[in-house]
Each structure stands twice: as C-alpha cells, then as structure tokens.
Ligand binder design. Structure first.
Ligand SMILES: [Zn+2]
Length: 1177
C-alpha cells in the first residue's frame, strides 16, 4: 500500500513539474523574450503573477513621474554611453600626444571581449518606488513649527503631563526597564589613555565584580576602544571569563559597539564605516559577539546616514538623544518619539531603522526618569550625601529604607507614568547613568541596592500595576515590539540638524572648530582607504608572502584605529581640550606615516612581482609625495631631484578609485629643463611653472619648479611615468613654460630662468584679471574660447577675488567671492565657544589691504593666481585660484585654496568665505549628508542666524532652472545660504570664551590651515523643475567625479632609488564605473554565518551613486561612464565566484553566496561582500 501511494505521488509530482516547466518555457519564449536577462533574480513561482506585477509597477511608475523621468534619462544616458564605448570599455587617455598607438604589454580594460551582464531590475529599486509615504518629513516640520520656547513648568521645554491611573490594569501593566549605562568619551577633558587609567579601567573592574552579585542586574556598554584597551592591558584570564559570562547571560549588552560613539555632523560616512568595522571586528574576534542595537546619546545632532549604516550592519533598533528641544516637543505631542527612520530616497521602506528618541534635555539621571528633573535627581543614588555630588534643584536623594519606601516608590512611579504618555507602547526606558559613571564600587552598591529595594516594593504593590526591572536595550526593544506592531509606528525621513539644547543655543560652532584637524581627518581617511585597497590587492593576488601580508595588515589596522578614534564626538568635532586635541593629532600623524609605509611597500610588490625579494617593515622603495613634518603643520611636497648623476626618476601613480581618473598632475622638480614620458616611453606634453611661496608676502622659490601634465590611471592601477632631465640647449616641442604676471609688488625682484615670460606692470592694479589655461593661453589669455581646447576662464577682481567664471562655451556666470567675519555675543551664558556659534549680528566685511600682492602663472594645462590677502589684526589668507585644462573633465570648475591664519592677537573672530551669484534658488539649498548623499534644506527667517548654519562634510549646491553652483570642500566646515544666490562657508574660528558645555576653555590653538574648494558651475539645456516633495538632491556626474578625485587623490610615489626597473604598469581591475564607490576594502576580516560558523576573509563595500539627470554634461559622461549597477568581484580581485558572499556592512554577518560572484546594486544603495579567503602560510 505504502509503496503504491509513494509511486502515485512520484508520478503526480513529475506530471505537475513537467506542466510547470512547459508553462515557464512557453511563457518565457513567447511573452517575455526581451526582458529575460533582467529576470534572473525572480524565482519560478513568481512567473505566473509577473504580468499583474508589471501592471502594478506601471501604475506606480505613472504616479511618480518626476523620479522616474530622472531614472529614465539616466538609463538612456547609460545606454548611449555603452553604445559609444561598448559594455566594458574604458575611455582611452585623451591627452596622449603621439599619433601612433603601440601595443601594450599589460592587460587593460577594453582588451577583453565584451561579456553578457545581468542587469539590475531598476523598477524594483527603492529610489523609484513610492509604495509608502512618510508620516514625518523633517524639512516640512521645520516649515510648520514656530520654534517658540514656552516655559512648560517642571518639564521646562515641554508641558505638564497628565495621566489616568486606570490606564493600567493587572493585565496591562506599565513595564519599566532601568538601563544602567556609563558614557565614556574616548578623549575630551582628558586623553583616551588618561581617562582609561583614571576612570574607565575601574568601571570594568567593578562591572565584573558587582553585576554577578544579583541575577537581575544589567548594564550596557558602547565604546569598544575602551573595552579593547582593558582586555589587552589589564583584564586577567579570570576577568575575561567573568566578562564573557555576563555577556553570554545577557547581563551586559554591547550597544552599537563601534570603536567610538561617532560624531554625525563632520564625520565622513566612509570613516563611520571604518569606526564601526573596527569595533565590530574586535568584538567578534575577541568575544564572539555581534551587537544588535544602536546607542548614540551624546553626538550633537543626528544624521540620517547613521541609521542607514546601522541598518546595513544588521541592526534593528537604535536610541538617540541630542535633538532640538522644540522638535522633541513636537514629536512628543504626537507620540512620535519612536519612529521608523527612512532614507530620503527610499519609497519602499527597505531602509527603515526603528528609532527611540529620548524626550528630555539630557541623558543624565535628572532628565531620564521622567519630566521633572527635581524629582528624578533624587533617584540618582551616586548623589547620596557624602559622595561629593548633589542635586542643583535643592532636593537631595535619600537612601531607600522601609520607612520611606512607599513615598519614594510612588514618586518615581509617577515620573515613569508621565514619561509613558509620550510613547505609543506601555513600556518605559529609564537610562540610569551619566559620563564616566560607575567607576567607584560604592556607586554600584548605591545605585543597584537602592533600586533593587524599589523594584521589589513596586512589583509587589499590585494596585500600582507596574512591573519594573533592570534591562538592556535588547530587553526594552523586545518588550516594545511585543506590545505594539511595527506597522503602528510612524515613518520619519530627514535629519536632526542644527541642534539646540536650550534658548537660542545652537550647536553650529563645532561644524568648524579646529579646522586644521578636520582637514587632517580627511587626509587620513584617504590614506587609510588607499592602504586598505592596495593591501587587499596584494593579499588577493595570492602570491604575497604571509609575512608581508601580516605587516601590511598591522600597519593598516593601526592607522584605521587612529581614524576611528578621531570619529569620536569630541574628536573631529574640535571640542576637546588642547592637550587632548594634541594627542589625537599625534595619533593621526603616526597613522598617516603607517599608511604611507604600507602603500609604498604594497606598490613595490605589485610592480615587481613575482620577482619579489623578502621585505621587512622598514623597507622604503618609494617616497609618498606628501611630507608631513609635524602633526600641526601643512604638509610639504617632495622636490624630484634631477642631476647628471641621476638624470631620470620614475613616479608611480596609484588610483584608489573604481573609475579611470583623468587629471592634471603637478610634481615639483629641481630643474626647469625636464621632460615627461608615459608608461610606454612616449614623450608627453608638459607645463613648467615657477613655485610661488610666501604667506603674507609672495615670492618665488629657488631650485624648484612645478611640472604639470595630464595623467590617466585606470581603476586600482599603478602607472609609472618617468621624469627626465633634458638638454637645456635643444628645442623641445613637448614642454611649455608658464607666462608669469606679477601685480602690486614693485619691490619684488623677479629672478626666474629666462624661459618664463614675466610681466610686472608698475603701479597699482586697477582692473579685473582674467585667468585661463589652454594651448593658446600663454601670452594671449582668453583667446582660445569656443574651440574647446582650453579651460574655463576665471575673472578675478583687482583685489584678487573671484568675480565670474566664463563657461567652456563662453557664457559668463558671476560668482562673487568675499570674506566676512563674525564677532561673538558677550553677555553671561551667551557667547560662541567650541560648540556654540552665537554671533553678535550679521557678518562684517573682512577688509584686507586693497592692493594685495598677486602672481599669475598660466600655461597649457594649468593657470593659477596667488593673492596674499592681509587683514591687519584679523587674519591673513593666501588665496590661490586654479583652473585646469583637462579635456576629459571639461566642466566649468575652479579650484580655490585658502591657506589662512587668524591673527593670534585677536580674541573673538570667525572667518567665512562668501560666494554670491544670480542663481534664483530662493531659500532652498542642498548640503551633503556625511558625504553619502545630498539633503534639501531651507533658510528660515524665523530662526536665528546661527540656526541657519548646517554641516558641510563634503558638498553643497544651489540651483535654479538653468544654473547650478556646486561647492566641494576638502575639509568639513559649517555653511549657510543666508540670501538667495549665496553660499557661505566658515573657514576658522578663534574664541576666547568657554560656552558652558563642560570644556572650560575657548578655542585659541589655531594653526595655519589650508582648505581646498572646488567651485563647479553647471548649465542646463532644458529647465530643471524639481518636485516640491523631493527632499533629497543629487550631484551631477561631473561634480561626483571631481569630489571623488578630491577625496581620494592619486598617490604619487617617487622611486627612492634607481635600482631595477619596475614594470611600467600594474592594472588588475577589469571594471570601471564612475557611479560606483569602493567604500571599503578590508583585507582581514572575520564573519559569522547563519549557522554560527566563523569565517576569515576579505571584506569589500560598494556604493552606487545616482547622478542628477538635469545638469548633464555629455562630454564628462563620455570620459567617466556610469555602470549598470552590476559588480563582478573577479573583475576587481583574484577570486573564485563561489567564494563571494553577501554580508553586512561590517562583515560580521556572512549571508548567502552571491551567484556568479556578482553584486547587483540599485542607485543609492550600499552593499558589502565577504570573500572567503585565508592567508597562505
Ligand atoms: Zn560624550
């Protein structure tokens, strides 16, 4: 019987399967032939409903014209490019001068036959779907609320909260989780190490002693940097077991688990990824632990990039605190303090992060148990008499004893009940902690034993219907989700800048404080990324020795930790004490050296392999052309020394980007009589210019010259150029000498070699100056317009400031540059400091000497104007304005470099650069979100000046229907758009006062600082009309390319010795897409599979960027084509397809294998892969 039934089942299955296959085949071949490649990701069962889905998608698309239009035109552009270039081809360097092409010895992209690629099914991408709408859009909320500041009584910034006792019953009790925590800044008033020695070490030691005393005791910890320091320097084996047990039992939860609790305004998202990865990798390697919940209670305002990065890391919940008091009140009134935080471009909800916002003024105990700090403070038992700390509201804590327990318990239950009124669930979180708390044993005893008595009493008082316990974030969120469905929470999009904690105290000063180190942060980021990319290439090449791989890893890891540490919210923010800032800077300085050392060794390996000899960590093969002499000094350039003994030097260029870069490179050389050869030995066109020196007074350097020439380097490639001395007597048609003009410096005795044509008009300059680079430029500036053989023209005022740009097609666009300055308010409790910007009114003009010294150098590739702006008793700025003739990037772009110092004799001054245009943007402008994406902002008259300043981590733009001005910055700074047509960027601030946020000092440690900006003017052929609802912006392809080239510069590696002849090229990557950012490449990571198996390997993260479809420059798109979102890992490194797995952002979760080793990315998405790879011994 049994067998017969089985047989019947078998045949029935076969018949069903056959019919199904027949159906699928006919369905495929007759109905859907053309879209077959796009359908690979759908599984069989979905075919039958495909048509209805298509209709559904079409309906949705038609509802969403604006975005769809953009995507469509972007796709058309891509199709156009792929027709012109073929699917895999990289545009060839366009500047090669020699006519005949030689066959290359090395493999480059484009030599390969085109391959079939699966396409990303764009209709499924969150950016073009509009299935669900957001409930709270932060910019719309800003438009609505009046920002009044009414006194709310006990809860000053809120209102008098009321409730009914019958809200709760024995079946529906109020659940309260007391969450003990200690906020440990990795550097602020003390250095990271000093805090550790004096406080944090004791916290850990007490933790493992006191928590096991009772089962119900819980604790959360956030900063992995401290945990790792304790683990490696003080914890005994017994301590480690105790800690691990507490972690395993859930008594300790590690929250966020980053190396630090990162700043969210100035930090670059690539650095945030580094700091999260550093922490998570340490936790997995040492504790087998993977954090689940986010905790960011102290960063000064919150960015929308953060929830996305946490989501990608596998998190489901997070907590944040520092949000404008008026925004908190608004959300609290609507019970919206818990919400699903969604990315601005996500129409599906794929990026939602469940977020809990704390409702009150601070994360300390007085502002955490409920609305009344006077009451809550009495329940901070560290403040019991005799502990050197009390409550400033007059009422002191009392030890809980039988006699007072009823009254005490009722008092705090009342606060919890009130707090519960602000949230949708019946669950209350009560964080119990503060900065560096629980460092003394008696604090543990006081807090835990008093609360244990209260917990016992309250839980046994049936009439109150309250169930209270110690808890972790995991405990709290689990209870919330059990109580309320996720779908019942509102959806929010946008961010939480600019933060104000009270009155008109807006925290927009820290966007700019200590800008030298903010700049250094970006330099270090570029080095850490380059080092990790090239290390990954070496490790994956398979032939690297184990020792070399370990050496590279260790230096990379040390550099990454310094970068991670500085992401702390008192690091890159510039809000630590002077000696702590000094400590950070020294750590970053060492990290830059480590990175440079690793990069040059890896480069040597890639160029020489397989004939590599054993290396030691000290070997120097190349000098990186960026010499950091000190941790607080602008780095200098290497001069390539050429003489009869060594007449020729090789320079290797490394491109850490995933697209071919085309740019004008400048080296310093010791002689003006030089020529340059490309990797094949062909001579190249080059320009020689004098080196202009000086700070307050200009001059020419002796014995060194600028050598500028156009270079092209394919993705992740090393390309070797050769610089050689040439016979000074012979004619050289390849080298041009700059024309030099000197203004307002009659005294200056110009002593330059005679090849430079020098003009030095006497008298003072009274007219505008035009600057232009191009083949006809020297001697006849401005003559080459229209022919396309030159750069944008720059018109500067007689004072040396930008006045207008003339686009490559001849349109003049006024862009007027000014410098302005602010003074501070000086009343008690109201003044600017490291955190706050509190100007005493609108900016005043910065008035430098009206006839500044100016030097102009112009040639075929590059033209620069140097101006020494000296403002007596304010500041001096060495301004240099450069335009490049880069045929591959023919956009209207000017590089502005400000080297500045505020006069040390000045007490309070903030210096800003202002750009004014005729662009009719009204009050709308766009800034970047941690360099990840662009957010729409508006100027609001109802807010004070300081509230209208926003973080500028990387880019901003203003636009009208025809014109867009984009500003890219090398340094994160504060910015505003105070008038239509205007962008203002803070440069530096010097402040003599403390702003009462605990730092206890001003900002007076200014050093000479250099910021480099790129101004890009773009014109649109058709009017660009934006949907009013769209709350995000997009950079154009040209601006994105320029930004990437600025953020990740080509590294020039100068051969230290002339030994052996390295290969002229190393190019392994067979992919190139201008819209793909290689966000991380970590050569040594650990990950855990779903089944708990630990794996070792290589991690990589990619971002696909969406370009604006209105401001399009077809020439730029030709040189820098976008891809199709499909990334085959074997095109980048040596890897077998079956070793590539989908992974979380920090690589700790290893998920399913990626078919074919290919990753498919929707526009705006970020995804990571884990490559199974163990180091060879
Ligand atoms: Zn902090």
């Amino acid at each position: 019987m049994r067998i017969r039934r089985l047989t019947a089942v078998f045949w029935a299955t076969c018949i069903i399967a056959f019919i199904f296959i027949l159906y699928v085949v006919t369905d495929l071949s007759f109905k859907l032939p053309s879209i077959k490649p796009a359908m690979v990701e759908l599984d069989d069962s979905k075919w039958s409903s495909f048509e209805s889905k298509l209709r559904h998608i079409e309906n949705e698309l038609s509802e969403h014209h604006a975005v769809v239009g953009e995507i469509k035109s972007a796709m058309e552009q891509m199709a156009e490019q792929s027709q012109e270039h073929g699917p895999q081809k990289i545009s060839q360097p366009q500047q090669r001068v020699t006519g005949e092409k030689k066959t290359r010895e090395f493999k480059v992209v484009g030599d390969e036959p085109p391959r079939m690629h699966k396409k990303v099914n764009m209709t499924n991408c969150p950016i073009i779907q509009s299935k669900s709408k957001v409930d709270i859009q932060m910019l719309s909320m800003y438009e609505k609320i009046l920002f009044d500041d009414k006194d709310g009584g006990a809860w000053k910034q809120g209102w008098n909260i009321e409730y009914r006792e019958d809200q709760w019953s024995s079946k529906n009790k109020l659940k309260v989780f007391i969450v003990p925590h200690s906020h440990n800044d990795p550097g602020w008033i003390k250095t990271f190490e000093n805090y550790y020695k004096q406080q944090t070490r004791a916290i850990f030691n007490n933790m493992i002693e006191k928590l096991p005393e009772k089962n119900g005791r819980k604790f959360i910890w956030a900063e992995t940097s401290y945990l790792s320091l304790w683990w490696t320097s003080d914890a005994t084996e017994k301590d480690k077991i105790a800690f691990q047990n507490l972690l395993n039992s859930g008594q300790i939860e590690i929250v966020t688990g980053g190396w630090v609790m990162n700043d969210e305004a100035n930090s670059h998202w690539l650095s945030v990824v580094q700091q999260l990865t550093t922490g998570h990798q340490w936790l997995l390697d040492n504790l087998g632990y993977i954090p689940k919940n986010g905790w960011a209670i102290d960063p000064f305002g919150h960015s929308s990039a953060q929830p996305y990065l946490l989501k990608l890391s596998g998190f489901e919940n997070s907590v944040l605190q520092r949000v404008h008091y008026r925004v908190k009140k608004e959300l609290a009134q609507n019970r919206q303090l818990e919400f699903k935080w969604r990315q601005l471009w996500d129409g599906v909800g794929k990026t939602d992060m469940f977020t809990h916002m704390m409702p009150f003024y601070s994360y300390d105990v007085p502002h955490s148990c409920g609305p009344d700090p006077k009451i809550c403070c009495q329940f901070d038992f560290k403040r019991l008499p005799g502990n050197g700390m009390n409550c400033p509201w007059g009422l002191q804590p009392r030890k809980i004893i039988q006699k007072n327990i009823n009254e005490r318990a009722y008092l705090i239950v009342d606060q919890w009940r009130k707090k519960a009124q602000l949230y949708r669930s019946n669950v209350v979180m009560f964080p119990l902690g503060d900065d560096f708390r629980y460092d003394r044993a008696n604090e543990w005893d006081n807090q835990y034993s008093n609360y244990e008595m209260l917990i016992d009493y309250i839980n046994n008082n049936d009439g109150w219907n309250v169930e209270v316990q110690f808890g972790t974030l995991q405990d709290y969120f689990k209870a919330v989700h059990e109580d309320i469905k996720l779908s019942d929470f509102p959806v929010l999009s946008g961010d939480f800048f600019t933060y104000a904690d009270r009155n008109q105290h807006y925290w927009s000063g820290y966007y700019t404080s200590r800008p030298f180190y903010k700049n250094m942060d970006r330099v270090l980021l570029s080095y850490v990324r380059a080092a990790e990319c090239i290390t990954t290439q070496v490790v994956m090449s398979g032939a690297a020795s184990h020792i070399l791989a370990l050496q590279l890893r260790d230096r990379g890891e040390a550099a990454r930790r310094a970068l991670a540490l500085f992401q702390h919210h008192d690091g890159v923010t510039g809000t630590s004490r002077d000696e702590v800032r000094e400590d950070y800077a020294k750590k970053m300085f060492t990290a830059i050296k480590y990175s440079q050392s690793a990069i040059q060794q890896a480069a040597y390996y890639l160029l020489k392999q397989p004939a590599i000899k054993d290396q030691t960590a000290e070997d120097i093969f190349f000098t990186v052309d960026d010499i950091w002499q000190r941790h607080d000094e602008i780095p200098s350039r290497v001069t390539v020394m050429l003489d009869e003994l060594s007449p020729s030097r090789r320079v290797a260029l490394y491109n850490p980007l995933l697209f071919t870069r085309h740019e004008v490179l400048t080296l310093y050389v010791s002689s003006p009589h030089v020529e340059v050869f490309d990797p094949e030995g062909n001579p190249m066109m080059a320009q020689i210019s004098p080196v202009v020196t000086g700070e307050r007074r200009l001059g020419f350097a002796t014995g060194k010259f600028q050598l500028s020439f156009p270079v092209s380097v394919t993705p992740l490639a090393l390309t070797v150029y050769t610089v050689s001395l040439r016979d000074a007597m012979s004619i050289n048609k390849y080298t041009s000498y700059s024309r030099v003009r000197v203004y307002n410096a009659d005294y200056l005795n110009v002593d330059l070699p005679k090849m430079f044509a020098v003009e030095q008009p006497s008298g003072r300059l009274a007219e505008d100056v035009t600057l232009w680079a191009g083949s006809g430029a020297a001697g006849e500036a401005g003559s080459g317009a229209g022919g396309g053989a030159g750069s944008v023209r720059l018109v500067a005022t007689s004072g040396g400031l930008v006045k207008a740009l003339v686009t490559t097609d001849g349109q003049t666009v006024p862009v007027h540059m000014d410098f302005v300055q602010y003074d501070t308010q000086k009343t008690r409790d109201n003044n600017s400091g490291a955190y706050l910007f509190m100007p005493d009114g609108p900016a005043q003009n910065f008035r430098p000497d009206p006839f500044p010294e100016m030097i102009v150098t112009e040639g075929p590739f590059k033209a620069t104007m140097y101006t020494a702006l000296v403002g007596p008793k304010t500041a001096d700025i060495l301004l240099s304005l450069t335009v490049y003739n880069n045929p591959a990037l023919p956009q209207t772009e000017v590089e502005v470099s400000n080297t500045l110092l505020i006069d040390p004799a000045v007490d309070d001054l903030e210096l800003a650069m202002r750009l004014s245009t005729h662009i009719a943007n009204g009050d709308v402008f766009y800034t970047d979100v941690n360099g990840m994406q662009m957010i729409k902002r508006r100027y609001f008259d109802k807010l004070p000046l300081q509230a209208n300043f926003y973080p500028l981590p990387a880019a901003a733009y203003i636009e009208d229907e025809r014109t867009r001005l984009t500003v890219l910055t090398s340094t994160p700074l504060g910015m505003a758009a105070l008038q239509s047509g205007q962008i203002e960027i803070m440069q530096d601030r010097r402040l003599s006062r403390d702003d009462n946020r605990g730092l206890n000092q001003g900002v007076l440690d200014n050093v000479r600082t250099r910021h480099t900006f790129r101004l890009i003017v773009e014109k649109s052929a058709t009017p660009c009309v934006r949907s009013l609802e769209q709350a995000y912006g997009l950079l154009s392809a040209g601006a994105h390319v320029s930004q990437q080239q600025q953020l990740s510069p080509a590294l020039a590696l100068l051969h230290a010795a002339d030994e052996g002849s390295p290969r002229p090229h190393h190019a392994r990557a067979r992919t190139a897409a201008a819209d793909i950012v290689l966000a991380a490449a970590n050569a040594h990571v650990s990950g855990k599979t779903k089944d708990g198996v630990l794996m070792q390997g290589v991690g990589m993260t990619f971002q696909r960027v969406q370009f604006d479809s209105c401001f399009v420059n077809k020439e730029v798109s030709k040189s820098f084509p976008a891809g199709d979102g499909q990334i085959r890992l074997s095109d980048i490194v040596d890897v077998a397809a079956d070793q590539v797995f989908d992974s979380s952002l920090t690589f700790v979760h290893v998920r399913s294998p990626l078919p074919g080793g290919e990753l498919a990315l929707c526009p705006m998405e970020i995804r990571s892969v884990f490559i199974n790879h163990t180091l060879r011994h």
